[in-house]
Design a protein around this ligand. Sequence first.
Ligand SMILES: *Cc1c(COP(=O)(O)O)cnc(C)c1O
Ligand code: SF4
Length: 532
Amino acid sequence: MTTIFSGSGEPTTLDDFTTTLLDDLYTATPDSSPISTDDATTAKTLLEEAGRTDLTGPILRLLQFLVFQKRDHRRNPDDFGISRQTLAELAIKHQRIDEHLVSAGGRLTQALPIAAQANERVDEYLARKDTEAPSGIELWDQILDHQERIKRALSMSDKSWNSFSGQIRHAIDSVDELAALIDLPADTLATMRRVTKTYRMRLTPYYTSLIMPGEVNDPIMLQSIPTGEMIDNAGVEIPPVAADHSPARLIDQFYPRVVTIKATNMCAMYCTHCLRIAHIGRKDQVYAKDAYGEALAYIRANHRIRDVLVTGGDALVLPNSMLRWLLAELDAIDQVKVKRLGTRIPVTAPMRIDNELLDIISASNDKKAIRMVTQINTAREITPVSKDAFRRLSKASFTVLNQAVLLKGINDTRVKMWKLCETIQEAYVRPYYIFNCSYRNPQFAHFRVPLAVGRDIVESMYGNISGDAIPRYIATAGGKIPLHRDNVDGFADNRYTLIKPWNGAAAGYPDADPDLYQKKDFAFARNNSGKG
Ligand SMILES: *Cc1c(COP(=O)(O)O)cnc(C)c1O
Ligand code: SF4
């Protein structure tokens, strides 16, 4: 049966869902149990409220009550003295009240059960997210305690703590310094001494304060403190990306229109999973202007390049004067339309995001679009301080994108990754990529996560968290290769079968009509024909 609309566009008859609902309610059930006074009173009250109301709720509550009475006690609305005619009128009233003409039967028998089923998909996440993956905002009281302790141990003033130069001057780069700040077992310290002979360690005091002492496999420690595996992993190192992808000094290029300038080899904190581990080296280097000059000359001479990523190391290690100069140079190149700055500093040393820097970014963004690209791997890294840094960066640049690295034990579960993506979205950062940890370096083979796990994590986000918080899953293998699962499962009679990522259900999906697609003349062309 189709709904008939009166002249005013208002429904006057029942839709199919409501008709079926009423048919079910009024099916004869001879063996119904006697009605208690309580149930009779409830029915009477609900009926009166539904009759009086200008809202949809009371009508649904009456119908819901009658559905339960039928299901649990085999009672008909007649048993309560409610006629089919009365319910039909109330159902039409419901549909008239609802702005989108949703029928009482559709809402009760379709929409509410579908919503309830969808709710089940996220309940486990909601129950676990704050204990399994607490954000730095949720842990802030503890982090503040750590900060007080670390400040005292390093004799840092508040002023020094709150400045980037203070954070770098007091950065922790030896095992002894770290051992004085965090209680670590003797064998862990011995391994760290062995590994830091080969691999560089540097944590800002701020980043150190995010460590939860005593936590096994603390995700902040795993990201910042070299472990035995980095040396002991078997495997052959494949030469760093630059060896075969650097057409000019400081430049890496995979694509015709996007290049990176590795503007520095410094970072505020050195990551144990760093792709550029070979390039980071043992020692901070400041590059000569000549080096930048050659990189800029390469870009200037190549009319195809429109998007330039300034990375490192970390682009925000560069002093403000240098950044201002470099951005101005890029803005002056005709074909360059977009600049990106790659930085982890908002999570490792958020004090760096000062007003002068924000003014430089904002001014350059007014000339040509700028995007900040960051790396946040755990919700823990979003604290009130880093969130504020991202809020201000986002205001100055309009866009902050996150490139997370999928790392075993750090963020390789649905709960941890959903929480990360939601937390950064709330911190004004758009999840952009999740990188599979590289195969090139045996140093971080122990961090690698199977593709099937990564796909499950990313796929599980669809339909369960905001689409705007879902990143793309990427492998780097001489360029970025999407690993997204194919949701197309079969094609016949011009119809695809698509699989819904959130419940595996198939959805038939007719393709565009191929004959129609072949026709090149739109209505306008037909209208104009003969006038040419
Ligand atoms: C990541 C990267 C890019 C940028 O890739 P997008 O997909 O545009 O973000 C460009 N060049 C190199 C060398 C890169 O590593
Ligand atoms: S911030 Fe980036 S470049 Fe620096 S150590 Fe970490 S991953 Fe490497």
